[in-house]
Write a new protein. Structure first.
Length: 189
């Protein structure tokens, strides 16, 4: 009697335990499938992400050369001439065009050269002083000769020359930024 009473109970216990194990197998498979889909999705999204982020991750492009003026304009140069150039810079998806002031002058051998107007001390714009025949920085008084050589003041080096070339009768210059407060010329961008 007691065995027949225990029989159905055991059977229902066995059934519910097999249902449980079936359910847990199904949920395990579900989790496995979910993880697999996630993994495949992540793998497929890598190239797309790389494509989308490429402009942000790559280095800012180098600045292109900019025209300064006709070479004939500088043939009888006696003092440094201030020129404004336009520079184009591509940074990620963004393209910017800005204006920079440079000086066309002559180097110690009398050859044309181009100087940035950015003071190598702390970055102020250095004007040419016609009366003193020197560049005189208004911020902390650094002075430079017409070819940019340092004369006095807190700057640790002379004014920085920029790469220049003549193309089709035009003077071209490549604008660059240099590290301040150091004695040697170091390009930073
Ligand atoms: S920024 Fe030119 S002397 Fe300081």
């Amino acid at each position: 009697m007691s065995e027949s009473a225990a029989g159905p109970g055991n059977a229902s216990a066995n059934r519910s335990s097999s249902e449980l194990s079936g359910e847990s197998r199904r949920s395990f498979l579900g989790v496995l499938l979910g993880l697999g889909s996630l993994f495949v999705g992540a793998l497929l999204s890598v190239p797309l992400l790389r494509f989308a982020l490429f402009p942000l991750l790559r280095r800012t492009t180098e600045l292109k050369s900019s025209p300064v003026g006709e070479l004939s304009e500088f043939s009888s140069l006696t003092d440094p001439v201030l020129k404004t150039i336009q520079i184009e810079q591509v940074d990620g998806w963004r393209k910017t065009i800005s204006e920079k002031a440079v000086y066309v002058t002559k180097d110690s051998q009398g050859k044309l050269c181009v100087l940035t107007s950015v003071c190598p001390h702390l970055g102020c714009t250095v004007p040419w002083n016609k009366e003193r025949r020197q560049f005189v920085c208004p911020c902390h008084g650094a002075t430079f000769t017409p070819d940019g050589t340092r004369v006095s003041g807190p700057s640790q080096r002379g004014m920085d020359t920029l790469e220049s070339a003549v193309q089709d009768g035009q003077l071209q210059v490549r604008f660059q930024y240099f590290r301040q407060l150091v004695s040697d010329k170091q390009v930073i961008g």
